[in-house]
Structure formats: C-alpha cells, structure tokens
Design a protein around this ligand. Structure first.
Ligand code: XUL
Ligand code: CO
Length: 451
C-alpha cells in the first residue's frame, strides 16, 4: 500500500493558503468573492444565514472525474487506487475539511459511502462509518464547519440494481434499512440539521417485470420505519425526499415535487417529510427550477435545495455549477417571500467538468456558484422590497375577496346557484390581461438596476 501524496504540512490545497476573501467588485482577478459577504445584511439577516451554503462530499472529494466513456482525470491523490482504504478515507476527509475551511462556507453534506469505505460485511461497514464519523466530529469542532444533511447511498452497490426499499427481495430492503439506520445515527451524532432520502433506483427499468403498486407500498413502509427511528433516537431535523424523474432508472417514483406530495398524502406521511429540490432534477422533469420551488413553498413542503443546473443542449443530469442570476433570483424570491429556508440550505450538488482537472478548479466552481447565489439573493430581496410582483398578484386575484369569491370558497354557493346567478344577473366577465411582458420587464428592471 502506498502513502497518500499530499502537499505535506501545507495540505492538499497549498495554492490557496488563506480562506477565500470577500473583495467586492473592485478586485480585478484572483480567487475572491465579488458579492458573497457573509456579514452583509439583506432584509435584516446576514447573507450567510440566508443562504446556508453547503459543499457536498461526493462530487467534490469522492469522484475522480470519470464518465461512461473514460477514466477519472482529476488530480485527487486521496483517491489513488493503491491506497489502504481507511488511510485513503482519512486523507479524503483531511482534504474535504481543508477545502470547507478555505472556501469559508458554513456547511457540508455527505453519503455514508463517501466518508467511509465499505467493509467485508454490514457490521464492518458500519464500524468504518462510526470511526470516520468520530474523526469528522473532531474536525467539525476544530473548524466550526457544520453538517447540513447526511444520507445513505442506496444506489451504487450492485445489490441495489433493482432498487433498495422497492426491491423485489426483502433482504435487500433489510440491508437498505440497516444502512439508513446507521446513516441517520451518524447524521444525528454530527448534529446534522436534516436527513435526505434520494430514491436513486426506487423506480423501474421495465414495466414488464414490475409490480408498481407493491413497490410503492414497500417504499411507504420504508419511510415509516425511518420516521420511527428518527423518533427513537431523538433526531429533530426534518426528513427530506429529493425528487428526480429518472436517471439512473428509466422512471423514478419520486418524479417531481407534486408526485412526492401526492405519494406522501396517500400514505399519511405528509407531516413527516419535506423535499430537497435540485435544480437539474427540476429541468429533467420538464419543469423549471422556479416551478419546483414555487410548488414546494406554496404547499409548505420546502426543506432544502441542491443548487446546480443542467445544460440545455443535453438531456441528462450534468450537475453543473449554477451561473444564472436570473434563474436563482426567482428561486430565491419564492423562498424569501415565504419566510426563508429554515433549517435547509443551498447545497452544491455540483460536478466540475471532466477537463477541469486541477484541484484549484474546485475553488473556481464553488466561488462562482456562491457569488451567483449571493447576487441572486440581493436581487430577490430587491424584488420583495419593490413589491411589483406581489401587487400584481394581489390585483389579479382581488375578485376572490368579493362576496361571490367568499361564497364559492365558503361552500355556500352550489353549482345550480352559480348557474342561476350567471343567468339571472347575466354574468359576462370580460377577459383581462395577464400582463406577462410587463411583469418580465419589472423583474429585469430590478435585476439590472438593483445595487
Ligand atoms: C443524484 C443526487 C444525489 C442526492 C443525494 O442525482 O442528486 O446526489 O442529492 O443522494
Ligand atoms: Co442532489
């Protein structure tokens, strides 16, 4: 077994000796935040507390830049194939915490499998995880970095090829339950603020071999078990389901937020779960990021956000760093107008491109993403302060405050009474403009000129 090649005492990111500073728009180049100033007050709250940014362990530290056509390209010495697995996990953790600290953002997120190597059996895997979690706890205490959420990887191992909770084999269900039990314990131990379940392979490849109804019943039972365990150990953070329509399966049951909502209601789980919305999953489902967040906030379902984007020229989950202030301004507008993220945050579930192979590229990706979010936050607050959108909505629905509107909602008006009203009073409402272009101009006015 070889030793990990590192920068020695200087660490893995010696090129970035100090935490990335806030330098404002005046600084011409170099690694610095142009907009993200953690202390800046926006609507009375610190920018850092609004955005609650997290770095994910998996794409940033546990992935070497491979794709389906080729091997990893990234310079990640802690991922070298000839290392002792536990020594490699230590080095990966050292690299991750050095990065979190130098990036200066408050949270991280992880899967069990990102942090600790698999053992020969479940008991050994759990013990590896527990050892790595104790080491992580010490690093968190040293650096002040906190855990936004933990999760279990129930999709990479071949045993999960036909799903985890929705597998036709109950022993696979049991193995998945054991893994979630350990991952939820680990999240609790690290003071995690949420726990996420993304059903990567909870879906089907072909209906020819699938009992859809049975698989959904299994999934619901699995979720009930997670709720029970959360109560047993005293974990108080929200449980979050992460919707995604497909990939890796042809069809995922948690297709989008509305589908998850219906599923939770059908099984009486609506008070136990919220959603973790990912930008690129929204677009894969044929929605906008804005749509998924608007649906969630309007139904009290928003838990947290995986901030990323797809590429409009291809149809898969490219997990790119967000760069569109316009898109994120509308997302943040929905979040701010309904009271903020609560215990959620913005997690960079983001991958560098395969050609971005230097370790410094991890900084460039994250710094750009963080600044995009910060800029969008300022724009969203300006949209709230400006009030044009809220006023337009209020005007558009004003009729529902009238006697007629109230009697419809209040249940006093029957179908036949409404028919009588329409004929006796010759109701003939004129169509009115939705003013879409005007509202788009109002948004741009704020985006372009807000300081
Ligand atoms: C996959 C994905 C996951 C979840 C956590 O598309 O987004 O990384 O965020 O399992
Ligand atoms: Co995600």
């Amino acid at each position: 077994m070889n030793a990990v090649q590192s920068g020695g005492n200087e660490g893995f990111f010696a090129e970035v000796p100090e935490p990335v500073p806030y330098a404002g728009s005046g600084s011409p180049d170099g690694l610095a935040y142009r907009v993200y100033d953690p202390e800046r007050l926006v609507g009375g709250e610190r920018m850092e507390d609004h955005l609650r940014i997290a770095v994910c362990y998996w794409h940033s530290f546990a992935w070497a830049g491979s794709d389906v056509f080729g091997a990893g390209t990234f310079d990640r010495p802690w991922l070298a194939a000839d290392l002792d697995p536990m020594e490699a996990a230590h080095a990966k953790q050292d690299a991750a915490f050095e990065f979190f600290e130098k990036l200066g953002t408050p949270f991280f997120t992880f899967h069990d499998a990102d942090m600790a190597p698999a053992g020969r059996d479940f008991a050994e895997s759990r013990s590896n995880l527990e050892r790595m979690v104790e080491r992580a706890a010490a690093k968190m205490a040293q650096t002040g970095v906190r855990l936004l959420w933990g999760t279990a990887n129930l999709f990479s191992h071949p045993r999960y090829a036909a799903g985890a909770a929705t597998n036709p084999d109950p022993e696979v269900f049991a193995y998945a339950a054991a893994q979630v039990c350990a991952a939820l314990d680990a999240t609790h131990r690290l003071g995690g603020e949420n726990y996420v379940l993304w059903g990567g392979r909870e879906g089907y490849e072909t209906l020819l071999n699938t009992r859809m109804r049975q698989e959904k019943d299994q999934l619901a039972r699995f979720l009930e078990l997670v709720v029970e365990h959360k109560r047993d150990i005293g974990f108080t953070g929200p449980l979050l389901i992460e919707p995604k329509p497909q990939e890796p399966t042809k069809h995922e049951y948690d297709y989008d937020t509305a589908t998850v909502h219906g599923f939770l209601q059908r099984y009486g789980l609506q008070d136990e779960f919220k959603v973790n919305i990912e930008g690129n999953h929204a677009t894969l489902a044929g929605h906008s990021f804005h749509h998924e967040v608007a649906y969630a906030v309007e139904h009290g379902l928003l838990g947290s956000i995986d901030a990323n984007r797809g590429d409009p020229q291809n149809g898969w989950d490219t997990d790119q760093f967000p760069t569109s202030v316009e898109e994120l301004s509308l997302v943040l507008f929905e979040i701010l107008r309904t009271g903020g993220l609560g215990s959620g945050g913005f997690n960079f579930d983001t991958k560098l491109r395969r050609q971005s192979m230097d370790r410094i590229d991890l900084f460039h990706g994250h710094v750009g993403g963080v600044d995009t979010l910060a800029r969008a936050l300022l724009a969203a607050q300006a949209l709230i302060d400006d009030g044009a959108l809220e006023r337009a909505r209020a005007d558009r629905y004003a009729g529902w405050d009238s006697e007629l509107g109230r009697s419809i909602h209040g249940g006093q008006a029957s179908l036949s009474e409404l028919a009588r009203l329409a004929s006796d009073e010759a109701i003939d409402p004129p169509p009115s403009s939705g003013r879409q272009e005007h509202l788009e101009n109002e948004v741009n006015r704020v985006l372009w000129f807000e300081r």
